[in-house]
Ligand binder design. Structure first.
Ligand code: ADP
Length: 299
């Protein structure tokens, strides 16, 4: 089992010729709405690849919250530890994309902010049953740290995908087994600049097992406590939309670690899932299933 201490948000997006000025209303087009949140995406990825997944998350007592529960149910994800709260709306993000492809985004985390230490404590059973626990930083740093500690104490391999990146306090590192930042996130997490190898080494000093730095179309760099440093190449694919590649990577890596594979093999699955996610627009519709992933892995 993989447990995911997760964020959830609905993304509402439309295209505009240019961004509206303060006080201006502009007519847009191409409105689309879809489920997101890094934790939810990673949980769905792990489930599509065959993991039993337990979600620890918080949504509002509203239509979007019910849609989220329906989605997780369809994906076969256990929602025993998902709480619907009455005093916060389900998380949403408003996304405008202009003609040049730039985006402008505002997020209300809503119920994600209500996922606190007490709700995490109540999910003890999920930690006890899981081999791997995935955590991201779209919930409060305090809650993420608490979840990592609980999961570690319950015997899980803990995987932190530090996105959106924030500096990680010293006392949290002891509860992180594997960290999976992209290159930009690696620098922010450490509060230092450097090339991927140097950042990877600094991360490795802080975690218990391995640092995995994802490098987009350059694949990923895996550094392990044994001293081994390996590059996992990207799978060449026709790219349409790279959104969600990092979530696919962490979800697939978590699943493989739970199945007992080593970090390099898990990162290979991550790279394959990330690549396939780039071939389809959107995120949830793009996350591959087991059959598609095995086809890519076997070349
Ligand atoms: P994020 O989405 O968090 O910025 P990356 O862009 O590093 O993360 O993508 C995660 C992983 O997905 C990469 O390590 C790589 O294996 C795979 N990936 C990303 N972009 C591509 C691409 N254009 N072609 C093939 N694989 C890709």
């Amino acid at each position: 089992t993989v447990c995911v201490v997760a964020s959830y948000a609905v993304g509402l997006s439309m295209a505009v010729d240019r961004f509206p000025r303060p006080g201006e209303t502009r007519i847009g087009h191409g409105f689309v709405q879809g489920p997101g949140g890094k934790g939810s995406n990673q949980a769905i990825q792990a489930a599509r690849l065959g993991a039993r997944v337990e979600l620890v998350a918080c949504v509002g007592d509203d239509a979007y919250g019910r849609e989220a529960l329906d989605l997780w149910c369809r994906e076969g994800i256990s929602t025993e530890h998902v709480v619907q709260v009455g005093d916060h709306p389900t998380g949403v993000g408003f996304i405008l994309v202009d003609e040049s492809g730039q985006n402008s985004i505002a997020i209300d985390p809503g119920a994600n902010d209500a996922l606190g230490p007490r709700m995490i404590d109540a999910a003890q059973g999920a930690f006890d049953r899981s081999a791997v626990c995935l955590v991201q930083l779209e919930i409060s740093l305090e809650s993420a740290a608490h979840a990592l500690r609980k999961a570690k104490e319950a015997g899980c391999i803990t995987v932190l995908n530090p996105a959106p990146a924030r500096r990680i306090p010293d006392e949290v590192w002891g509860y992180v087994d594997v960290i999976t930042p992209n290159e930009g996130e690696a620098a922010v997490v450490l509060g230092e600049e450097g090339n991927e190898e140097n950042l990877g080494k600094l991360l490795l000093e802080r975690v218990n097992l391995a640092a995995v730095v994802t490098l987009g179309e350059k694949g990923a760099l895996v550094l392990e406590k044994s001293g081994a440093v390996q590059r996992v190449p990207a799978f060449p694919v026709p790219t349409r939309d790279t959104t969600g590649a990092g979530d696919a990577f962490s979800g697939a890596l978590g699943l493989r670690l739970a199945q007992g594979s080593d970090v390099v093999e898990a990162a290979r699955w991550g790279a394959a899932a990330g690549a396939l996610t780039c071939t389809v627009p959107g995120v949830v519709p793009a996350l591959p299933d087991r059959k598609a992933l095995l086809r890519l892995l076997s070349g």
